[in-house]
Design a protein around this ligand. Structure first.
Ligand code: GRF
Length: 198
C-alpha cells in the first residue's frame, strides 16, 4: 500500500474526488495519508479533516528561498513515508530537488488538453478564459507527470469536454471539473499506485 500526499491551494474538489474514490474502495494500492496546503484557511483543509487525513500548511512565503521551501517539503514527505505526490490545484512551484526525488511519482491535473493553454501563467480561470478567447469547440483536462518544465511532463490521461455557446470561464471550468477532472485524476492515481505497488 503506497502513501499518497495531495498538495492543494484552494477549494480541494479534486482532493475530494480522490478521497471519495478511495472511500468506495477504488484504490486498493494507495491511500491519501497527508494533505499539504500552500495556504491557511482553504476549504481543502476542511476536506482533509473531515476525511480524517493529516494535514499541514507549507507556504512558500514562509521561506527565504525556493531551496528552503523544497527542503521542507522533502523532509515532510520523508517523515510521512510518502511514495506518490498529487498536485491538485497546488499553486506553488516545486523545485528541482523535489522533482528529482520523485521521478514519475508526482502527478498534476491541468484543466485543458495539453499542449493547449498550458505553461507559465495558465492556471485557474485563466486557462478557460484563454480557451474561450481562442474559440476552441473542445477543451478538457490532462493528468501528467511533473518534470522541470511547467505542464511539460509525460501525459498520463486526457479527457475532452465540449465548449458550449454562451459559456463563461466559470461555466466552462465547472463542466471541465465535473466531466473530466474529478474522474480523470482519481483514475490516474489508481493506475499509478497499481503500477508502483508491484
Ligand atoms: C483545478 O481546475 C485543477 O485542474 C487546477 O486547479 C484547480 C483546482 O481546483 N490545477 P480544486 O481545488 O481541486 O477544486
Amino acid at each position: 500500500m503506497l502513501n499518497v500526499a495531495v498538495l492543494v491551494s484552494g477549494g480541494g474538489t479534486n482532493l475530494q474526488a480522490i478521497l471519495d474514490s478511495e472511500a468506495k474502495g477504488g484504490n486498493p494500492h494507495g491511500k491519501v495519508t497527508l494533505v499539504i496546503s500552500s495556504k491557511e484557511g482553504v476549504y481543502a483543509l476542511e476536506r482533509a479533516k473531515n476525511a480524517g487525513v493529516k494535514s499541514e500548511v507549507i507556504s512558500r512565503k514562509s521561506f527565504a528561498n525556493q531551496q528552503d521551501f523544497d527542503e521542507k517539503l522533502l523532509n515532510t514527505f520523508k517523515e510521512n513515508k510518502i511514495d506518490v505526490v498529487v498536485l491538485a490545484g497546488f499553486l506553488s512551484i516545486l523545485g528541482e530537488s523535489v522533482i528529482k526525488a520523485y521521478p514519475n511519482r508526482i502527478l498534476n491535473i491541468h484543466p485543458s488538453l495539453i499542449p493547449s493553454f498550458c505553461g507559465a501563467g495558465y492556471y485557474g480561470l485563466k486557462v478557460h478564459e484563454a480557451a474561450l478567447k481562442k474559440g476552441v469547440k473542445v477543451t478538457g483536462a490532462t493528468v501528467h507527470f511533473v518534470n522541470e518544465i511547467c505542464d511539460g511532463g509525460a501525459i498520463i490521461a486526457q479527457k475532452a469536454v465540449e465548449v458550449l455557446d454562451g459559456d463563461t470561464p466559470e461555466s466552462l471550468q465547472k463542466r471541465v471539473m465535473e466531466q473530466a477532472e474529478w474522474e480523470l485524476l482519481p483514475a490516474a492515481l489508481v493506475d499509478i499506485c497499481k503500477q508502483l505497488d508491484c
